[in-house]
Each structure stands twice: as structure tokens, then as C-alpha cells.
Design a protein around this ligand. Structure first.
Ligand SMILES: *Cc1c(COP(=O)(O)O)cnc(C)c1O
Length: 496
């Protein structure tokens, strides 16, 4: 690829007067709509002027600088990035769905409302909960919605003192963030050396804060990939003090069709359709974070809701809030395209095959873990679920860090695992292969990871200065995060 010729920015390629289109003479008689003076532009918009080939090559080359799940193995832990069947993309892009308008009357889009309603039902069935809303547009949005439901429930009973949320120290960062946005106070629960919720610490916290606890937020398997086997005890403790069990189901793949959060005693949960159900997450693309509740909490769900009236065989959109409903929490219905993909995925697997998702994800993760633990440090031994954590190389004398290994993986054409999360280990490297990778792909990854461990011994400086084969080398990620330059103001100003 030749990035230099095609420039870093399309503005740099602009030549005044050059065009990539040719339009016929306009023959409309009323071609000049009269806009009010205040709305009219004084100057031409500062747009780049390029021929078509330049534009096509520029964007094609830029796309080659990216790495997606369609480019190669993407073992990012805690954020399921599995293969997404192309047919689901095609279904979601069908004109009949893509051209729907959220304000069109329900009688004109009955089949779409049926799919929407069926997905709500399917998620309830898969999770053992009573009812789902599909309105939230991300996992964090779902967490906030779920916590608002919990708060509304407590308040509806006149129990206004419950302002604390227990969150294990291994939790995903959005959990404490959502609690804070909801106006609740976070109380951290410690993990044991085995990576599980510390029951003694939990008990002490319940003793101390009992009547002030709104809920506990849990991920199971937790973000270390370990199944919290003491859930019944935790549920007893939490329900015993009048609080609720919240389940973070962002990555539901290890559990699908095997265990249901509703059966484990959870009251409220969210799912990331854009992780577990056939939409790649990340890059700011559309997401969907449905929230489910157990029996008795349905009235708190937000609107709009799609309701089925069997007698008339009619799907209706209900927007007028029940007394207790949260009302609207976003625009319209959420991201319908993501829901279509999820529904197609669930139907295409079916009841029999969806049970295979969890065991395969678990088998793949354990296979990698066992194949590499002689060279990478495994802080928590034993069976993992869909993901696991290494604490850097076993041989610490090389000075090669998890960051260096992640960068070196890019040279070999792999996306890096999640690194430096969870915060429980200094050199955390969290690997999740997912259920959808072949044995050959996984074996190749294991081979590369072993090669890098060898390189760390023999040529540590080469690994420490990786990546060597990517268009851009090491970036200053602190600077990139703290001072991102997202516009190209200078050139635009120059043009003006
Ligand atoms: C990704 C993730 C979230 C947050 O989901 P977003 O859609 O990114 O807001 C929450 N919890 C866990 C465990 C996750 O992996």
C-alpha cells in the first residue's frame, strides 16, 4: 500500500477545480429554493476537490490501516469479538427494514414489530427473566437503565435510603461509572486469591451498609473468566438485606443455553447484542443493550414498548407510560438493525445449537491457556470459562512487558488481547478466543505467542521496539487519549 502518494488526509490531496463527478444540466424550473438570508452560506463549504480514483484509493488505503474481525484473529478479552455471519448483515440491510421510519403507524409495519416483540421474548427465554426492553443503545446505557429501574423500585416502596451499589473489584469499568451517573455510591467488594467475590468481605459490607444497599452488580463468569460458584449464597445475602441482584450480561456467550441468570437469582440484567449476538462491537458503531427484569418489575421498564394483542393478532407500540415506567430513555426504539442481526442469529442457531456456544467458547479458552501456561504466567490455575488472564511472561528477567507482547502480536497480523485489565494483576493480558474460531487459527496463535516468548529471551530489544511492520509504530496512547486531535482545522482555515 502506498500511503504517501494518497496522503493522510483527503484535504491534502485536494486540487482546486478538480471534480470526481459530472452532472447533466439542471432542468428543474424551480431550482432555487429561497432560504432565509440568515441560513444561507456566505462562502463555499471548504470541501476537498479530488478525482474519483484519488478518493477511492485514499479511503481503500485508510481501511487497510485498520484491523477488524474480518482481517484476522481478535482475541480481545471481556469484549466478545466473534465472527458475525454475513447473512445477518444482509438481512439487517434489507430495504424493507432499512427504510422503515420510527414514526410510521404500527399497522404499516406489523412484521417488523413482530420481530421486535419476538426478540424480546427470545431474550427472556434465554435468560430466565420475565420481560425485556430493547431500547438501550449500549451496554453502559443498559446498566444505567437497569439501575434506574432498581432505584425506582426501591423508591416505589418508600425505601429511599438505598443509595449504595456493591461492585466487585474485578468489574468492568462501566459498572461503577453507570452507578455514579445514576447518582448512586459505589462500594467495592474484594476478590479472593482464586478471583472470586470474597464472601467474608461481602458479609461485612452487608452488615455495615445493609439498609442502604440498592444492589450488587455482578458479572458471571466474572472478568477473570471464572464462574462465581457461590451465587446462591451471594443472592441470599443480598436479597436478605432487601437489595437487588444486577447481572452484567455484556458477554453472554459462555452461558448461552447452559445457565440462566434468572435461575441464579438475578433480578435485573443487560445484554450486549453488539458482542454476543452477531454485531461486532467497537469503533463507535451502533450497539444495543437490552435490559431484562424478573417478574414483578415489568411496570418499571421504559417506553416505547411493543405489545402483542392476541385477540386482534395485532402488535402495538405503547408510548404512554404506565405510572411506574421510566418513560423514554433514548430515541425511539433503539438500534433496530442490531436487533435484526441478533434475532437472525438466535433463529439460525436454534434451541439445539445455541447450547454449543458456551461449551465451545470455554473449550477454546482452556485450550489456549493450557498450551501457553508454561511460558506465560497464569496467576489463577484451574478451569476458566470463555476467557482467562495471564500476568505477562513467566520469565520476568527479560524486561519484556505485556505492552511489548501486544505490540509484537500486531507484527504477526493479530489484534492484541485486552491488556492491563482487570487491574488485579500488573501485567494482565486477557485472552478470549470465542466459540467461532477454528482449531487451525487457534493453533497458529499459540505458535506465535510461543515465538514471541522465545524472542523476548533472545532479542528483547526487538520486542520492546515492536511493532515493526505496521504503517504506524508505537503511538503515545496517553497523549492520544488526553489530547486527541479529531479535526483538521488548520487546512480548512487555510482554504478559507
Ligand atoms: C463491553 C462491556 C460493557 C459495556 O458495554 P458498552 O456497550 O461498551 O457500553 C459492560 N460490561 C462488560 C463486562 C463488558 O464487557
Amino acid at each position: 500500500m502506498n500511503n504517501r502518494l494518497y496522503g493522510n488526509l483527503i484535504f491534502e490531496l485536494s486540487k482546486t477545480g478538480r471534480k470526481g463527478y459530472s452532472l447533466p444540466q439542471c432542468d428543474a424550473t424551480h431550482s432555487t429554493a429561497e432560504l432565509p438570508e440568515t441560513l444561507r452560506r456566505k462562502d463555499d463549504a471548504p470541501l476537498p476537490e479530488c478525482d474519483e480514483l484519488t478518493v477511492v484509493r485514499h479511503y481503500t488505503n485508510l481501511s487497510h490501516n485498520n484491523f477488524g474481525v474480518n482481517d484476522g484473529f481478535y482475541p480481545l478479552g471481556s469484549c466478545t469479538m466473534k465472527y458475525n455471519p454475513v447473512i445477518n448483515e444482509e438481512i439487517a440491510a434489507l430495504k424493507a427494514f432499512a427504510d422503515l421510519h420510527p414514526l410510521q403507524p404500527a399497522e404499516t409495519c406489523q412484521p417488523a414489530l413482530m420481530l421486535y416483540h419476538n426478540l424480546q421474548q427470545a431474550l427472556a427465554e434465554l435468560t430466565g427473566l420475565s420481560e425485556f426492553t430493547l431500547n438501550p443503545c449500549a451496554g453502559a446505557h443498559g446498566e444505567l437503565t437497569g439501575l434506574m429501574i432498581i432505584r425506582a423500585y426501591h423508591e416505589s416502596r418508600g425505601d429511599t435510603r438505598r443509595t449504595k451499589v456493591l461492585i466487585p473489584d474485578s468489574a468492568h469499568g462501566t459498572n461503577p461509572a453507570s452507578a455514579a451517573v445514576c447518582g448512586l455510591e459505589v462500594v467495592e467488594v474484594k476478590s479472593t486469591a482464586e478471583g472470586l467475590v470474597d464472601l467474608e468481605h461481602l458479609h461485612a459490607l452487608v452488615e455495615e451498609h445493609g439498609p442502604e444497599i440498592a444492589a450488587i452488580m455482578m458479572t458471571n463468569p466474572n472478568t477473570l473468566g471464572i464462574f462465581e460458584k457461590d451465587i446462591p449464597l451471594i443472592a441470599k445475602e443480598i436479597h436478605g438485606c432487601g437489595a437487588m441482584m444486577y447481572y452484567d450480561g455484556a458477554n453472554l456467550n459462555p452461558m448461552l443455553g447452559v445457565v440462566r441468570p434468572g435461575d441464579m437469582g438475578f433480578d435485573v440484567m443487560h445484554i450486549n447484542l453488539h458482542k454476543t449476538f452477531s454485531t461486532p462491537h467497537g469503533g463507535g458503531g451502533p450497539g444495543s443493550g437490552p435490559v431484562g427484569v424478573r417478574k414483578g418489575l415489568e411496570d418499571f421498564l421504559p417506553t416505547p414498548r411493543v405489545v402483542y394483542y392476541q385477540a386482534e393478532d395485532l402488535y402495538e407500540v405503547e408510548t404512554d407510560s404506565q405510572d411506574q415506567s421510566l418513560g423514554s430513555i433514548g430515541s425511539f426504539f433503539g438500534n433496530f438493525g442490531v436487533m435484526l442481526k441478533a434475532y437472525a442469529y438466535i433463529l439460525s442457531l436454534g434451541n439445539e445449537n445455541i447450547k454449543m456456544v458456551g461449551p465451545l467458547a470455554t473449550l477454546n479458552a482452556n485450550y489456549i491457556k493450557e498450551s501457553l501456561k508454561d511460558v506465560y504466567e497464569l496467576p489463577i490455575e484451574g478451569l476458566c470459562k470463555h476467557e482467562f488472564v495471564f500476568d505477562g511472561l513467566r520469565d520476568k528477567s527479560t524486561g519484556v512487558t505485556t505492552m511489548d507482547i501486544a505490540k509484537r502480536l500486531l507484527d504477526y497480523g493479530y489484534h492484541a488481547p485486552t491488556i492491563y485489565f482487570p487491574l488485579l494483576f500488573h501485567e494482565a493480558m486477557m485472552i478470549e478466543p470465542t466459540e467461532s474460531e477454528s482449531k487451525e487459527t487457534i493453533d497458529e496463535f499459540i505458535k506465535v505467542m510461543r515465538t514471541i516468548a522465545q524472542e523476548a529471551k533472545e532479542q528483547p530489544d526487538m520486542v520492546k521496539s515492536a511493532p515493526h511492520n505496521t504503517p504506524i509504530g508505537r503511538v503515545d496512547d496517553v497523549l492520544a487519549a488526553k489530547h486527541p486531535i479529531l479535526t483538521y482545522q488548520q487546512l480548512i482555515n487555510d482554504k478559507n
